[in-house]
Design a protein around this ligand. Structure first.
Ligand code: ZN
Length: 492
């Protein structure tokens, strides 16, 4: 566990050595999805980024408690304190219970995350299941003098907080600039200041999701759930808090303020943020017509996709960029990723068939230990997955060269190469053969074999056997047609 891991901390804006608060235990909290719509590409990047972090910390021997929340209440339409609850709105439009909407889209989320080989976190708490904890936190913040009640709603007092602490220290904002840039939103006149954010909102009569509280029948503000649930499951101080860069402000900034007041000191040691995804250079958005769901990626059913891309292709593509770089999706880039992934996985397959040389006759000329060290160095340098992949391709070059009998490899080097591939491709990057591809390969291999036999028996004018093969294939609904280029087959 004596690792040399270095993590870029968004808060200090520097790379820092990773020194957990209470080794071997590590607390990792990541903001999860608001479950009111189809999982899309924007969900895949943070999930895969922090899956990589989770897998690597576990590989290093840490005992990681990974908490990723599910937002099923309190996230209002405009991401601020006004508008309808996102889940309640969907429920109203589809004539469902809000919890039916939340359940349906959480299930969809898990389904697609499983396909992307994202490991399930240790705990996935829901906001609606932690109302008492949130009420308790509001009480502490009011008692400390940093929140006020108006007409049954409770707001966090930013001006008061900022006198002693810095609201904006994570995102690098200054309150004065924020104040002059804040629009006066309609319905916000309850707030002492437009930057104040809701801890509790009184429910309007038509609002379905509501709980009783000392202030009103209502519901918690969106930012509060993460402070309450991270404290509950990871304690007042924990190691890593992650999420997408778009959550830095106001969501994480407000989490910092709430936890600072309720817990008496800063809660998070390392803040990590993954960068955003663009599609053909543009931000992804429903209004831009480039909003692509994961299902559309996996089936290819979207106007801007020229083909389907498998979950592993999407995963590999995301891992080919460092998590702090922007990542642009295009058909060309995905096709290149598909090829790269195939090359890597078939290299791994070839590796299993390689027979090592006799040590006495051919000493090894590879420095595989160096390649393995490079992979660890890359991971230790703030989870540099593209650098790991580049080194693995160097391994593939060696595998192919040995397989083509251009070079030889000693038994110990072969073992080292196998363990390096298993550790980095399977355990850490989480890449695997996709079973459907596998089955297709088997079917294609068998059909090639059958057609060769068919050709041979026809050459010997053994038409009885040839007919037997044709009939057997027809029973399996496989049709063979003889063309000038040779036989072609189709499954009906
Ligand atoms: Zn959060």
């Amino acid at each position: 566990m004596d690792s040399n891991l270095i993590i870029y901390n968004t808060l200090s804006r520097t790379k820092e050595p990773f020194l957990p608060l209470n080794p071997p235990f590590v607390g990792l909290y990541v903001c999860g999805p608001t479950v009111y719509g189809e999982p899309h590409l924007g969900h895949a990047r943070p999930a895969i980024t922090f899956d990589l972090v989770f897998r690597y910390l576990q590989h290093l021997g840490y005992r990681v408690r990974y908490v990723r929340n599910i937002t099923d209440v309190g996230h209002l339409e405009n991401d601020e304190d006004e508008g309808e609850d996102k889940i309640a709105k969907k429920a109203r439009l589809e004539q469902l219970e809000p919890m039916e909407v939340a359940q349906f889209y959480s299930d969809r989320y898990f389904l697609f995350m499983d396909a992307l080989n994202v490991k399930r976190p240790s705990i996935e708490p829901r906001a609606s299941g932690h109302i008492p904890e949130q009420i308790e936190m509001i009480r502490k913040i009011i008692d400390a003098g940093y929140a006020y009640e108006v007409n049954g709603s409770v707001y966090f007092d930013i001006i008061n907080y900022n006198e002693k602490y810095h609201y904006g220290k994570l995102s690098g904002r200054v309150l004065d600039d924020m104040l002059s840039n804040t629009r006066e939103l309609e319905g916000q006149e309850e707030k002492r200041n437009p930057s104040d954010f809701a801890l509790w909102k009184k429910a309007q009569p038509e609002h379905i999701m509501r709980w009783s509280s000392p202030w009103s029948d209502g519901f918690p503000g969106w930012h509060l759930e993460c402070s309450a649930m991270s404290t509950k499951y990871l304690g007042e101080h924990f190691d890593i808090h992650g999420g997408g860069m778009d959550l830095m402000f106001p969501h994480h900034e407000s989490e910092i303020a709430q936890s600072r007041i309720a817990n008496g000191s800063d809660s998070v040691k390392y803040w990590m943020h993954n960068n955003m995804i663009t599609i053909d250079g543009q931000k992804m958005g429903k209004s831009l017509g480039n909003f692509i769901t994961l299902e559309e990626f996996f089936t290819g059913k979207h106007d801007s996709l020229t083909q389907a891309y498998s979950p592993m292709t999407v995963r590999f593509f995301i891992l080919q960029a460092h998590y702090r770089s922007t990542l642009d999706f295009s058909n060309e880039a995905l096709q290149a990723a598909e090829k790269g992934l195939r090359k890597l996985l078939s290299g791994m397959e070839t590796l299993q068939r390689i027979i090592p040389s006799d040590i006495s006759t051919s000493p090894s000329c590879f420095n595989i230990q160096q390649i393995k060290d490079n992979c660890y160095q890359a991971m230790n340098d703030d989870f540099n997955s593209p650098m790991v992949i580049a080194n693995l391709f160097e391994g593939v070059r060696i595998i192919n060269s040995v397989s083509d009998k251009k070079e030889t490899i000693t038994p110990s080097d072969l073992e080292l190469l196998k363990s390096m591939f298993r550790i980095f491709i399977s355990d850490i990057l989480g890449l695997k053969e996709e079973s459907s591809d596998n089955q297709n390969d088997v079917v294609e291999g068998l059909m090639d074999l059958i057609l060769v036999i068919r050709k041979e028996v026809r050459g010997k004018k053994d038409f009885a056997t040839s007919d037997q093969i044709r009939d057997a294939l027809q029973n399996l609904k496989i049709t063979v047609k003889d063309t000038k280029e040779g036989p072609v087959w189709t499954i009906d």
